[in-house]
Design a protein. Structure first.
Length: 301
């Protein structure tokens, strides 16, 4: 199986490439700028055709949540128009597309985890652009899985785990929001799920295309996530800090974050027979891997 993933330098793409190294018969090719640029839809067809994919993972995205408030045209060009171009190119090649979306498509005011039937209501440009991307993908290629995920972290790039560890090298205490809840999700777990789903849809007459939620098992808030990161790091001899709970109103951002980002993954489990490990276990694996490395403070956004 040749799996082509967009977003060469992203967390999911790097995790997919790494995951596939130990899997016989799985070839992962990561493509990105300048060969494939979602801001230039004309580049998409040629870049994907050259890779001869069996299935396409659409992981590239504009993810600067706060900057999107000032760059809505660019956010929509990448996350909506660009995502649609990837799905359309996959259809022309006669292959399915697995598209990654986000919990930010929800308003975040529900009292329970969101399932795939819950009404959307993004409160940020980023969330609105990703929701538009879902619609563009669904229109462009009937053979699609749209996979909403949340709170993604990994050993790669900028993410909450690396940011916390970097801050702990500089400070004895950090203030972290405690009134936003969600499912921390390891990009390595996403990679495993993507390979599993891709193998499933290519090995049978699959007909359950559509929308799914794919996230880590269990839930916490950002401050609880930070405490677990520091607990694991401290036990491994790495940096740690005290965590001070603060409210969202005391941590000003340009974009509104959902207070409730919890996603129900029951449908993905029912159809594909796969569920992510509990978030604490997956976080431990990433923190312990980073423990022997110097976490550069420049990785802090």
């Amino acid at each position: 199986m040749r799996l082509v993933v967009t977003g060469r330098d992203g967390q999911v793409a790097q995790s997919l490439v790494e995951h596939a190294r130990d899997l016989p018969g799985i070839d992962v090719i990561a493509v990105g700028r300048p060969d494939l640029d979602l801001g230039d839809p004309d580049s998409v067809d040629a870049a994907l055709a050259a890779t001869r994919p069996d299935i396409v993972v659409s992981a590239a995205a504009y993810t600067a949540v706060d900057r999107a408030e000032e760059e809505p045209d660019l956010a929509f060009a990448v996350n909506a128009t660009g995502a649609g171009a990837v799905a359309r190119a996959a259809k022309r090649l006669g292959v399915p597309v697995l598209h990654l979306s986000t919990d930010y498509v929800f308003a975040g005011d529900a009292a329970s985890p969101y399932d795939e039937t819950a009404p959307t209501g993004p409160r940020s440009v980023y969330g609105a652009s990703k929701l538009a991307g879902e619609s563009a993908v669904a229109r462009a290629n009937p053979q699609h899985l749209i996979l909403r995920t949340a709170w993604v972290y990994s050993p790669f790039g900028r993410n909450f785990v690396r940011t916390m560890l970097a801050l702990a090298t500089e400070r004895g205490a950090v203030s972290v929001v405690s009134d936003q809840f969600g499912n921390p999700t390891s990009a390595h777990d996403i990679a495993e799920a993507l390979v599993h789903a891709a193998s499933t849809v290519l090995a049978s007459d699959f007909d359950r295309w559509g929308l799914y939620h794919l996230a880590g098992s269990g839930e916490t808030n950002w401050s609880g996530f930070a405490r677990h990161i520091f607990s694991v790091s401290r036990a491994a001899g790495g940096p740690s800090a005290d965590v001070r709970d603060i409210a969202s109103r005391d941590y000003k951002t340009k974009a509104v974050r959902p207070a409730n980002s919890r996603l129900s993954t029951d449908r993905f489990h029912a159809v594909f027979g796969w569920r992510a490990p509990d978030w604490q276990t997956s976080t431990r694996r990433v923190v312990e891997r980073l423990g022997a490395l110097h976490v550069d403070a420049s990785s802090v956004p």
